[in-house]
Write a protein that binds this ligand. Structure first.
Ligand code: ASP
Length: 349
């Protein structure tokens, strides 16, 4: 770490809630949030950074299982309002929906020039063996890091967890117990923290103009449903999900390289949904790899029925991208067009 660079940095730490800031309620024996000053008191190491750290606390604090798109808008608003004042943003967030929030922020902020680093922990920051301290310290260091020309080292929305940095819209929570709670199987890590933080510069995205203010998008259309295909799925369940009146888009979580049952009833329901104008997007249930609907007959049927390719997108990212694009565009064809494009490094295309 270059102390001179850090000395010029100022960070806004946004505390939304999550295990990192919880302690046990002695009566109910469940974890509940405690306030931010108590978090800082647990991490005196932060005072050793020669960078200025201000904080913003959500009121009320939330377990991230309660996160809603309205919370994402609040988060974006805080970043928007404070954008010029800070060199980077660290968001303390529960792990359960961190990948959803990271994905949403990546789409809601277009042309990001500063780091937005989400972190949290598996164990509360006040308990021995907590992973919260290291996660927070690494996140702050990454958010404060700048290159020699003064631009941010990682001008992206990322998740920093257990000594690794992942692009936010590529990450998934895959382990409920382990300190390594997130993976990014379809994109290499953006950094690893050992004795030093080693950045994987080849994969870090940079804005075309690092001095332009980003565009902050607040419109989200959440009329999306997700169908996870499984053996034994019934026509009624599929109909309810893919043809539902309140649904504008459906994410099909398919097998392997994008395959689904070839039964006539299934394909005709998918066709009916597509013909009614709904947007149908194919992502794989697999943790790694991508959809290719030309490999198997079962995938080809979907393509011919009007399903579009989600490539190697995570489900979290596909959902956030749909919310964002449908909020931006009334015409479904425009949404389809942009779904097929790599907008924020979310798909390999
Ligand atoms: N339920 C918690 C949350 O997501 C879990 C965590 O933070 O790890 O807020």
């Amino acid at each position: 770490m270059n102390i001179n660079q850090i000395s010029k940095s100022s960070i806004l730490l946004i505390y939304t809630g999550g295990t990192i800031g919880m302690k046990e309620d002695p009566v109910e024996h469940t974890l509940k949030p405690f306030d931010f000053s108590q978090i800082l008191a647990e991490v005196p190491e932060l005072g050793k950074f020669a960078c200025k750290i201000d904080s913003y606390t959500f009121n009320p604090l939330i377990d991230s299982s309660d996160i809603e798109p309205s919370n994402w808008k609040n988060l974006v608003k805080v970043i928007d309002t404070n954008y010029e004042k800070y060199d980077g943003f660290v968001i303390l967030h529960g792990t359960d929906t961190m990948a959803y929030t990271a994905s949403a922020l990546s789409f809601m902020i277009e042309g990001l020039t500063k780091p937005v680093i989400l972190t949290g922990s598996q164990l509360p920051i006040g308990v021995p063996r907590t992973d919260g301290k290291e996660n927070l310290i690494s996140a702050v260091e990454i958010a404060a890091s700048r290159q020699e020309d003064g631009t941010a080292t990682v001008p992206e929305v990322c998740i920093c967890f257990d000594n690794v940095l992942m692009r936010g819209n590529r990450a998934t929570k895959f382990n409920a117990d382990n300190f390594r709670a997130f993976i990014s199987e379809n994109l290499p890590l953006l950094a690893e923290a050992g004795i030093n933080i080693k950045y994987n510069y080849a994969y870090i995205r940079r804005p075309q103009n690092p001095h332009l203010r980003p565009i902050f998008h607040y419109n989200l259309d959440t009329r999306v449903s997700i169908l996870k295909i499984h053996p034994g799925i019934t026509p009624q369940v599929v109909r309810d999900i893919v043809c539902g009146a309140g649904t504008r888009a459906v994410i099909l979580e398919t097998y392997g390289a994008g395959n689904a049952p070839s039964a006539e009833w299934f394909i005709s329901l998918v066709r009916e949904s597509a013909q009614s104008g709904k947007i149908l997007l194919n992502v794989t249930q697999c943790m790694a790899g991508e959809v290719d609907m030309d490999i198997y007959a079962t995938g080809k049927c979907l393509k011919e029925a009007g399903v579009i390719n989600g490539y190697d997108s995570t489900t979290e990212s596909a959902l956030a991208k749909l919310f964002y694009l449908m909020g931006e565009f009334e015409e479904n064809d425009k949404v389809r067009k942009y779904l097929d494009m790599d907008l924020r490094g979310e798909i390999s295309k």
